[in-house]
Design a protein around this ligand. Structure first.
Ligand code: SF4
Length: 310
């Protein structure tokens, strides 16, 4: 059976989609360009989001002391042996990558885009950090190369966003996504399942609420307790006060979540794995492709698919 997204996989997966879009294998190269974020430097807050230790989600080749072009060259050499024919997207991942003077941002993005093997840009940021001049710049850039803006949404509940000290509300997400869509810029969203205080029903509600927005890509992952984050410290003191997903339980949640996601949204990720030396819980010991296999298997067993309940 072929689904709405044109193939037999039970969800609209990123790797198939992106290969079709570019007609070749495309790999993202993560970059740490030395940004901070307004939730750390005092303009929105100082402590950061309670779940955040940025060290837990960037590869080791990505260091701000190294220039953007050197990070790209290193990242490419890392992937080149396994994928000799691949092309690359420069992925400004660490912290808030639109938080700076426009001229400084343009210099950094240009440095990435002039690399001979880079065919486009992905910029991770917060929904409340897209001023009009930056949006206008992206709209113009989008006419000559591939641009995706990836927004840290994390939750669609203002109560949760407040609880995790996110420093913005869900309306900021709605506004940012709408403005990006109006300008024709493709947009990804990032959600965390299992943030403190959220019931299973609320987590499933995120699928419906985010599907109401004109996003193109979606990443979700389980809440991880990591060293160096406020939640990680609280977890170490009183682990009994915190929910830690068992892998089977989380797979079931992902399948229920997928059933509620709009079929044309491209699913980029279901789970994440912080580096071993930082991760406190949950410790599943699964690689991403192993987790994806469990989701595929459960979708088959339940004979269900992305958007079945949308
Ligand atoms: S998750 Fe993003 S916005 Fe929150 S503290 Fe970390 S870098 Fe800043």
């Amino acid at each position: 059976m072929s689904y709405a997204w044109g193939h037999e996989r039970r969800y609209n997966d990123f790797s198939t989609y992106i290969r079709k879009l570019f007609n070749e294998r495309v790999q993202k190269i993560s970059i740490h360009a030395g940004f901070t974020c307004p939730n750390r430097d005092g303009s929105k807050g100082t402590g950061g989001c309670t779940f955040c230790n940025n060290e837990s989600f960037k590869p080791s080749y990505c260091q701000p002391a190294v220039s953007v072009s050197d990070q790209i060259t290193k990242g490419i050499s890392f992937f080149r042996a396994r994928h000799p024919e691949a092309k690359f997207l420069a992925y400004f991942q660490a912290y808030t990558n639109t938080y700076g003077e426009l001229s400084q941002l343009i210099d950094l993005y240009d440095e990435a885009l002039t690399h001979s093997e880079v065919i486009g840009l992905i910029v991770g940021t917060r929904p409340d950090c897209l001023p009009p001049d930056v949006l206008d710049y992206f709209a113009a850039l989008n006419k000559r190369t591939h641009v995706t803006i990836e927004l840290g949404v994390e939750s669609t509940s203002d109560i949760t966003l407040n609880r995790v000290n996110r420093g913005h509300d869900f309306k900021s997400t709605r506004d940012a996504v709408t403005r990006l869509a109006d300008m024709g810029i493709s947009t990804g969203a990032h959600l965390i399942l299992g943030l403190p205080g959220e019931s299973r029903e609320e987590m499933l509600m995120h699928a419906s609420r985010i599907s109401d927005l004109p996003i193109n890509y979606l990443k979700v992952h389980q809440l991880q307790y990591v060293k160096g984050s406020q939640l990680g410290s609280a977890f170490l003191q009183n682990p009994e006060n915190f929910r830690v997903f068992e892998v089977e339980e989380y797979v079931e949640l992902v399948v229920d979540f997928l059933e509620r996601v709009r079929p044309d949204i491209v699913m980029e990720r279901f789970a994440s794995q912080a580096p071993h030396n930082l991760l406190l819980a949950p410790k599943w010991g699964l690689k991403n492709f192993e987790f994806v296999r469990l989701v595929d298997k459960r979708l088959s067993e339940r004979d269900t698919w992305q958007g079945k309940l949308y």
